[in-house]
Design a protein. Structure first.
Lengths: 378, 398
């Protein structure tokens, strides 16, 4: 075992911290004022210049050939800066899916690596579940799409949607241009200040050339995207919780009551100790899961293990980081209740990330199966 | 980063599993209570079997009769033993004492004790706490005074695990006064057979004996049996305590994994109120949540082990992980009792007890875990001050 970051990883994190600290004032949506595009275009261009959208993309396709471990290190820094935007959806989840696709699908990656093209996933439906077996929409090619996908991120800036649904021979994923006839996109604001979208498909034509991979073989592709997305959202929560911890400790050191800093009171010390426990636990379970997801998956068994590792990390991290935010409110006292105080922004970001790419229930059900609990009789 | 065991470590884990298959743990006679930490019951016979295999001295330098294996092998050994529920109770104490003797012991201490430890013949209790010195250990009153080449110890130690069935105690006593409270303490290795020792059992809430209290009345110890330097016992203790928190809890995650597996089997095979327990959404979710927590623990403990192996400082990490491990254990045991339903109230020894009473026994013993080796309150303060740099609480004037 080795828990050290490589020199390259340390450099990635240092550059990210430096860049994001400088951007924080502009990149982060002011409280109560959601950015129309999630992230100012110039910040996205700068991120592209740093090569971040291409982190997962092989060098031959214009990226830097990084790993999921690299991704979670970078996204942790983004979460620490409360940075919204299409990075996780496009550069992580959609990229992970297309990487496993056929050569035609991989042709999309160079433009994505440059940040010039943004692709988003349309998975959850009325049932609001990211579990592949919960999907009802039919995706057959040639055929027609009918129905609504919910909680789609970045549909305002993405020019392409990856739509997952049931096909005749198994799960299919199709690449659908957002401007294809019959596609309607409606924004819904999240508490975090970001938008999600309801995407309605009415008689949308799908051709076999729209499918990623062969018909009926989309499940592994979708699972790769869900793993990558869940890991990135988990890393985002770790970063946000890390920032909450820093702010809470700083507050406890300088806020004086009854003649001494409140950080000298055991009630506050113990609360802060629990914040650190949750942040460190979350950080290392996420890194460990990312490492597992990076292991070459030689087949069903291995990707099953990666699914379990990711589900474990996402479920624990969501609960742990939400607990960090809630407990921090108690450390800050009344000031944390104010809109101008940053705490609620991080809290709401954690909340939004905790339910994206599968909430705790979905992931715990994956873990329940993995530890051998007999499947429900239903 | 690399979160997997190396090929050598995997091979060693397989060796340990083979050893356990050849030496089924339940066939070894047990001579001391399993206190639920994960190291199983106290079995001198099992310890000797490990000694025969060379695994007590696995990581000692070759010059001291060890195999010179890297520290990670010891973690692998603990993990496999705990997963199997083996009775290796005294092993961690032997490891830590041997490590201290190798580092700081006199030549005589090394020559007389190391071979006995390696064979599984010498085991140790800790004589730190006293009736008036618990979390505030520095208020201890046991004293030792010099008489020629010997020290003469008088005092009263308590909460010493397995003291009555061990061979030696590590006794912390005041040897000089004046100066700061942490100065003038000395750590002694005391043979249980020395004249003046009176070791009395304390029956625990399970009805079994785990702790002892020890009265020392003019116990004579040669200077060669001082561990580390005279009057510098506090530094010796701190080094030991921090590693104690780590080594004393490393095997908790694999132990909890074993218990979780039993509970999964129980849920899969038990019908309650007309349905399988395993089909109950709440049961599934809570057992799965425990599995995630155990996995987090495992990663955190392996990380600390790696830090120790790399010689990196761990100012608060072991304290943080210990609190988490002990609270996770309490949570799993409480969840286990809930799954047992009306069986939960049966004593572990009841002929009606499900899962051989293991869950009730664990539940009761876990009540002591958040106290022994540093209470969760003291350790949270350690994490806050040493890990986060929060200012210390002003000390009460006495």
């Amino acid at each position: 075992m080795d828990f050290r970051l490589s020199d390259q990883q340390r450099l990635l994190v240092t550059i990210a911290r430096d860049f994001l600290d400088k951007q924080a004032s502009t990149a982060v949506a002011p409280a109560g004022m959601p950015h129309e595009r999630g992230l100012p275009a110039d910040v996205w261009r700068e991120m592209a210049r740093l090569g971040w959208p291409g982190l997962l993309v092989p060098q031959a396709l214009g990226g830097s050939g990084g790993s999921m471990l690299d991704v979670v290190l970078l996204v942790e820094e983004m979460g620490r800066a409360c940075l919204g935007g299409p990075y996780v959806g496009s550069a992580v989840a959609a990229t992970a899916l297309l990487l496993r696709g056929d050569p035609r699908a991989r042709q999309w990656l160079p433009a994505m690596a440059l940040g010039e093209r943004i692709v988003t996933l349309a998975v959850a439906e009325e049932g609001a579940s990211f579990a592949p077996d919960s999907l009802a929409m039919a995706v057959d090619a040639p055929g027609r799409l009918e129905g609504v996908k919910l909680f789609v991120r970045d549909a305002d800036v993405a020019d392409t949607l990856i739509v997952a649904g049931r096909g005749a021979g198994g799960l299919n994923v199709a690449l659908v241009p957002r401007d294809r006839a019959g596609v309607t996109v409606t924004a819904v604001a999240l508490m975090s200040g970001e938008n999600v979208f309801a995407v309605e498909f009415r008689n949308v034509a799908i051709d076999t050339s729209d499918l990623v991979g062969s018909p009926g073989r989309g499940l592994d592709l979708l699972r790769a995207a869900l793993r990558a997305g869940a890991l990135a959202r988990a890393a985002e929560m770790v970063g946000a919780a890390q920032r909450v911890l820093e702010l809470a400790v700083e507050h406890a050191k300088v806020r004086v009551q009854s003649g001494r800093p409140i950080g000298t009171f055991q009630a506050i010390q113990h609360a802060c100790a629990d914040l650190l426990r949750n942040v460190e636990g979350a950080r290392w379970i996420v890194r460990s899961a990312a490492w597992n997801a990076d292991c070459p998956d030689a087949g069903g068994a291995d990707s099953r293990a990666a699914d379990t590792a990711v589900a474990t990390a996402k479920a624990w991290t969501g609960e742990a980081c939400l607990a960090v935010a809630r407990r921090a409110h108690q450390v800050f006292g009344a000031i944390g209740y104010c809109e101008e105080h940053p705490l609620h922004r991080f809290h709401k970001q954690i909340l939004a990330s905790s339910v994206d790419f599968g909430d705790a229930s979905t992931h715990l059900e994956t873990v329940a199966g993995a530890i051998g609990l007999a499947p429900d009789a239903v | 980063m690399d979160f997997a065991l190396s090929a050598d470590e995997h091979a060693f884990a397989a060796d340990v599993r083979r050893f356990l298959a050849d030496h089924p743990p339940d066939r070894f006679p047990v001579d001391g209570m399993d206190a639920g930490y994960g190291s199983g019951a106290h079995s001198r016979a099992f310890l000797r079997a490990l000694g025969e295999r060379g695994w007590i001295s696995l990581t000692w330098p070759r010059a001291f009769g060890g195999e010179g294996r890297p520290l990670m092998f010891r973690l692998v050994l603990f993990e496999e033993l705990a997963l199997a529920g083996a009775p290796f109770g005294p092993l961690a104490g032997c490891d830590q004492t041997a490590e201290a003797i190798i580092r700081d012991g006199s030549d005589r201490l090394r020559a007389e004790l190391l071979p006995r430890i390696a064979r599984g013949d010498a085991t140790f209790w800790q004589g730190f706490s006293e009736p008036g010195a618990g979390s505030d250990l520095l208020s201890l009153e046991t004293q030792a005074s010099r008489d020629g080449d010997q020290w003469v110890i008088r005092g009263h130690k308590i909460w010493s695990s397995h003291a009555g069935i061990s061979t030696h105690g590590l006794v912390l006593a005041r040897t000089a006064r004046g100066g700061r409270r942490q100065d003038g303490l000395t750590m002694f290795v005391v043979d249980n057979a020395t004249a003046g020792m009176d070791i009395r059992p304390i029956r625990s809430l399970t009805g079994e004996v785990y702790h002892y209290e020890v009265f020392l009345d003019g116990v004579r110890v040669h200077r060669d049996w001082v561990l580390g330097r005279e009057h510098e016992g506090w530094a010796q203790l701190l080094r030991g305590l921090d590693t104690d928190r780590f080594w004393g809890r490393f095997y908790k995650a694999p132990m909890l994994t074993r218990v979780l597996r039993r509970l999964v089997d129980y849920a899969n095979t038990t019908v309650r109120d007309g349905g399988w327990l395993a089909h109950d959404a709440g049961v599934r979710r809570r057992l799965a949540a425990m599995a995630t927590e155990i996995e987090v623990l495992r990663v955190l403990f392996y990380r600390i082990g790696w830090m120790l192996a790399e010689g990196l400082p761990t100012p608060y990490e072991a304290a943080l992980a210990k609190v988490m491990a002990d609270e996770a254990g309490q949570k799993l045991a409480a969840l286990g009792l809930e799954l047992l339903g009306p069986h939960a109230a049966l004593p572990p020894s009841s002929p009606w007890a499900a899962l051989a009473g293991e869950i009730q026994h664990l539940y009761l013993t876990t009540m002591g875990h958040t106290i022994a080796g540093g209470t969760s309150e003291v350790l949270r303060t350690t994490v806050a001050t040493r890990g986060l740099g929060l200012p210390r609480e002003p000390r009460a004037r006495t």
